[in-house]
Design a protein around this ligand. Structure first.
Ligand SMILES: Nc1ncnc2c1ncn2[C@@H]1O[C@H](COP(=O)(O)OP(=O)(O)OP(=O)(O)O)[C@@H](O)[C@H]1O
Ligand SMILES: [Mg+2]
Length: 1057
């Protein structure tokens, strides 16, 4: 009993909760505990409220918060236990707002939207250096790797995708002052999915690697990780083979920043990971490390100067290790410049500075090309060659906005890139919001944004922007220097509100600027750039003879692989112009996709866990435009939900919608909100969603829902108490515990069931959509199901009699041919069974009846005998030929026999096409859907036929009432079968008379008529002058077979008469 009560109480609550989708809107129910999970629901949109909510959540390690579908992530600088398989399972296939905010929820929603809408998406991860972009992109990739369906084949593709990360990080990331694992290149990765949602391939686009880091690092920074990993983690054998010594201290290129060893980085372990990853991607890594070693050796090449100040190689032991390169040529390349004058080549000696420049330029070129080669190899290994259509989710993880004490050309490019992404974000968020209101038919007032287009234009505008001026200076003849470039900037940008230099600044600002600086007011803050090196870095030139050496070196070491990337043109585009066009292409790629956003915030500058630097975060919130985004989200309406989702949750709040609303969801929502007393300006009904203006309206509704849920639960508990089964609170607590356990279990089951159902339904929809195509992976299961289902249903619904020709199930398109074959087979089988079912005795009996009536009396009898039994079935009318209304009207009588006849009007003898149906009790004359006459066998007093070869039959009927119709005159091509059947069904053997001469009949009470018979050359039926029906029969038996012809002729004759 107690179990029953617990169960019933739980069931009620369960129903309640289940109707509301259990933990859907978890954000709302848990809001008091850990701040608000979606900023859109904040009561105030002030910065203070925003930060306070962020802080509250951060203090509880809740690093994720939504602004609508945008995810704000705060770097916790500590490992959180929220990225395990269990968490992934929880978020898999669940609606965005059903669970607390998580990067998995965003990844999952992008994935499922992609699958259902079959379109391309991208996730834009932005934030300043160290905010957590790369970590976020890795989490997403891991989520897809674990949660997407898998096969062994796909697993290898997936492994390669996952493994590309550590490899690219080793070669493209480095420790900076901002971040111990800072991305020094931009990365856009497309993950390709097939129609089933399997991750089947990937492709990476890389953007401008910060090559200068190879030869120079600021204090407190390191070179790219791979160098340290190699010299710290590489085996003795490998180091020996490469001519390297263990330890970073031996290499100039690794020690400039004076922080080769970093606590947070374990180069030895990372080396193992990279080696393993390279193996999975199928790399022959030896050559790769030879190149890396070459760079380290190059870095150790030193120069002395001779008496004229010309550079001399200090010693050439290092050159020995630049494998495969002619040491003499290299030495020449590093100490002389080759000048081509017409056909002659002149070597001009370098100063030591020039030689160092040449050496570093060579090292940068080698490393840069190696990196590009690496990305291309990874792409080859992840490539999916199957041409079938795929959808993609792109992950964009680019170096974040950065400001150092000294900022150079690299920071200029990185920050320009961030401006472009901010611009894209502004355009897309504005656009999508506007579109949603438009699509839903809701009026919308735009919110003011700071549009950073002005800064983008300042940098990239054709002929006037900084990039154009820089290129001009790089390419013009004459003595262009960094300073002439600065002067050009000052000339052109003089009054720009986002540009300032020492010369242009006011007194106060001038104090903060050096003479060689220019300052840009970026969207994310001021950055002062030092122009020194801008021209050089933008030109990225290698002296010609060094270029030859580089080519030779690389070709030797990585064999053929470099050929593609080493084509050198006379005048390549400048670095910044290449970068600008690659960003333009990237924007186009992204614009063609659906966007999802993750905005990463850096919690503090000292990379400490638990520190929430409010000023730093406020600054990021500001420049990332989060407040503006929030205002846009809330401008019209803070909250929006699909009608069915809203109704499902809140329907217990209105008697008209609880427990079920039977009509359209939108109407239900209207009824519900009216009942709740929503004021007209508090909400708007869109085409598919309800829009609620203020969060408080939703909160009030949510509170009412919570209360209602409890009341219903308590009411149930009170009932339980009243029965005397639960009297003390202790028991009540237990009851509640059991309830929640039970609810939890049920909800989990329900969730699993739903997830399963969603998968199956999706598969079916896809199968259904592609059902017309040849069998393929998309539709094979669906078609098999359709086939099996049709055959099963057919088996249970086969027509039972030969007469039944209507109940054959309509086949699906794939089975049309099969169905037709089966139908024919089945009918043939039934006919066969029927004929076989007529026992020899019965056949004999029927023949006996026919012969006893007609033998020797009717002239056409001998011709009918051979095909008699077959005719009994073959010429029958099937039920499909009988009008369904007639079948309906005589449904209580079993149809025994049915045959087409010509019926002659009693007065004018006009011929009419009719059907004659014999049931157990009567003969019916049918015209289309009407029963024209019903003659009970009991009132059938006689049947007359002539002795000639015609097929006229007169049914003599006893009339109970004078108004009743008179006798029936018909012509039937199957006279013998019809009458034999009639004898068997109605036992009318003795009523049949074969008459010589005329047959008299009654037209109506007291009025007689007659049919006269004669023979002639052609069969004819007509009304004779004496008013009788004249039937002329043919003596030629061949004509008897063509009954249809005879019927037609009869008709013709009569119509003509
Ligand atoms: N979700 C997270 N959980 C734990 N630690 C994190 C998380 N996100 C970031 N971190 C920590 O912050 C560091 C910096 O993060 P990440 O490298 O992702 O920054 P980034 O935005 O890519 O910076 P950059 O623009 O310099 O590449 C990581 O190495 C890691 O220690
Ligand atoms: Mg990064």
């Amino acid at each position: 009993m107690s179990h029953f009560l617990v169960h019933s109480a739980a069931t009620l609550l369960l129903q309640l909760v289940a109707q509301g989708q259990l933990d859907m809107e978890g954000a709302l129910t848990a809001r008091d505990r850990v701040g608000i999970q979606d900023f859109v629901l904040l009561d105030e949109t002030t910065e203070a409220a925003f930060l306070s909510n962020l802080k509250k959540r951060f203090s509880k390690d809740l690093i994720y918060t939504y602004i609508g579908t945008l995810l704000v992530s705060v770097n916790p600088y500590k490992e959180l236990d929220i990225y395990n398989k269990k968490q992934m399972d929880i978020y898999m296939g669940v609606n965005f707002f059903e669970l607390p905010p998580h990067i998995y929820a965003l990844a999952d929603n992008a994935y499922h939207t992609m699958l259902t809408e079959f379109n391309n998406h991208f996730i834009l991860i932005s934030g300043e250096s160290g905010a957590g972009k790369t970590e976020a992109s890795k989490k997403i990739l891991q989520y897809y790797a674990v949660s997407c369906p898998s096969t062994t084949l796909l697993n290898t593709v997936r492994d390669k995708m996952l493994m590309s990360n550590p490899v690219l990080e080793a070669f493209g990331n480095a420790k900076t002052l901002k971040n111990d694992n800072s991305s020094r290149f931009g990365k856009y990765m497309d993950i390709q999915f097939d129609g089933q949602g399997d991750a089947v391939g990937g492709h990476i686009l890389n953007y401008l690697l910060e090559k200068s880091r190879v030869v120079h690092q600021n204090h407190g920074e390191r070179n790219f990780h791979i160098f340290y990993q190699l010299v710290e983690g590489g085996s003795d054998d490998l180091l020996h083979q490469l001519g390297l010594e263990r330890g970073c201290q031996h290499y100039n290129y690794l020690t400039q920043g004076q922080c080769a060893i970093v606590q947070s980085i374990n180069d030895k372990n990372d080396w193992k990971t990279v080696k393993n990853a390279l193996q999975i991607i199928n790399f022959d890594e030896t050559h790769l490390f030879e190149v890396i070693a070459s760079v380290l050796h190059l870095g150790n090449v030193r120069f002395d100067s001779d008496s004229k100040g010309h550079a001399l190689l200090n010693n050439n032991t290092e050159l020995h290790w630049l494998l495969g390169v002619d040491a003499h040529r290299l030495q020449e390349g590093l100490t002389f410049r080759k000048i081509e004058a017409k056909k002659d080549q002149v070597l001009s000696p370098f100063t030591t500075d020039h030689a160092i420049y040449a050496r570093d330029a060579l090292a940068k070129a080698i490393y840069g090309q190696t990196f590009t080669w690496l990305v291309n190899r990874i792409n080859e290994s992840m490539e999916n060659k199957d041409p079938s259509r795929k959808t993609v989710i792109g992950l964009l993880d680019i170096y974040g906005f950065e400001v150092f004490y000294v900022n150079s050309f690299e920071q200029f490019c990185i920050n320009y890139c961030n401006e472009k992404l901010q611009q894209l974000f502004i355009e897309l968020t504005l656009k999508s919001e506007q579109e949603e209101y438009e699509a839903e038919g809701i009026e919308w007032e735009p919110v003011q944004f700071f549009n950073n287009k002005i800064i983008c234009d300042l940098i990239e505008e054709k002929h006037r922007g900084i990039i154009s001026l820089l290129d001009e200076e790089c390419l013009r003849p004459g003595d262009a220097t960094d300073l002439t470039f600065l002067e050009r900037l000052e000339e052109k940008m003089g009054n720009h509100p986002h540009f300032v230099t020492h010369k242009l600044a006011d007194k106060m600002t001038r104090k903060t600027l050096e003479r060689g600086d220019f300052r840009l007011l970026h969207y994310a803050g001021e950055v002062t750039y030092c122009v020194v090196g801008f021209l050089d870095k933008n030109n990225d030139l290698l002296y010609r003879n060094i270029k030859d050496v580089s080519l030779q070196l690389i070709l030797c070491q990585i064999k053929m692989c470099f050929r593609l990337y080493c084509k050198y043109r006379r005048r390549p585009e400048t670095v910044v112009t290449q970068f600008k066009s690659s960003l333009q292409k990237l924007t186009e790629i992204l614009m063609a996709k659906e966007a999802w956003y993750i905005r990463c915030l850096k919690s503090n500058e000292s990379k400490q866990s638990g520190q929430f630097d409010e000023a730093l975060i406020r600054h990021q919130v500001k420049y990332l435009g989060l407040m503006e985004h929030l205002r846009v989200r809330r401008a019209g309406f803070a909250y929006r939900r699909k009608y069915d989702v809203f109704l499902k949750r809140y329907k217990p709040l209105c008697p008209a919608t609880w427990p079920h609303w039977r009509g359209v969801a939108a109407d239900g929502v209207e009824v519900l909100v009216q009942h709740l007393g929503y004021l007209p300006d508090e909400y708007k009904m869109g085409r598919t969603k309800i829009f609620i203006r203020h969060p408080r309206t939703l909160f009030a509704t949510e509170d009412a829902y919570e209360k209602c849920k409890h009341e219903l639960g308590e009411c149930q508990l009170r009932n339980t108490k009243a029965t005397g089964q639960r009297e003390n609170t202790e028991n009540r607590k237990k009851l509640v515990n059991i309830e929640s356990c039970w609810r939890g279990t049920q909800a989990r089951k329900e969730k699993e069931k739903r997830a399963w159902a969603v998968k199956v339904i999706k598969k079916f929809i896809k199968g259904y959509m592609t059902r017309g195509q040849a069998k393929n992976t998309d539709n094979s299961e669906y078609l098999a199901f359709v086939r099996q289902n049709y055959l099963n249903r057919l088996r249970d619904n086969l027509p039972k009699t030969v007469l039944d020709k209507t109940t054959w199930l309509t086949p699906p398109a794939v089975l049309t041919e099969t169905s037709e074959m089966l139908r024919k087979l089945h009918y043939r089988l039934m006919v066969r069974k029927y004929v076989r079912g007529i026992t020899p005795q019965k056949k004999f009996q029927m023949k006996l009846i026919t012969s006893s009536i007609f033998k020797g009396k009717k002239d056409s009898y001998p011709q009918s005998v051979p095909s008699f039994i077959c005719h009994l079935t073959s010429h029958l009318i099937g039920e499909e030929d009988i009008n369904p209304r007639v079948i309906q009207m005589i449904r209580n009588e079993r149809i025994k026999y049915c045959v087409p006849v010509i019926k002659y009007d009693r007065n004018g003898f006009k011929p009419r096409q009719r059907q004659l149906i014999l049931t157990q009790t009567a003969v019916y004359v049918i015209e289309e859907a009407k029963i024209k006459q019903r003659v009970l066998y009991t009132s059938l007093k006689g049947i007359s036929v002539s002795n000639l070869t015609d097929s006229t039959i007169v049914f003599h009927i006893t009339r109970e009432e004078p108004k009743q119709k008179g006798d029936l005159v018909v012509q039937c091509d199957h006279l013998f079968e019809l009458l034999t059947k009639l004898c068997v069904i109605a036992n009318k053997q003795n009523a049949i008379k074969v008459v010589q001469g005329s047959i008299n009949f009654e037209i109506q009470a007291g009025k007689g008529g007659a049919v006269d018979f004669s023979t002639g050359p052609e069969p004819m039926v007509y009304k004779a002058k004496n008013g009788h029906l004249m039937v002329v029969t043919c003596q030629n038996p061949a004509l008897l077979c063509h009954s249809r012809i005879s019927l037609l002729m009869c008709q013709k004759t009569l119509n003509g008469s």
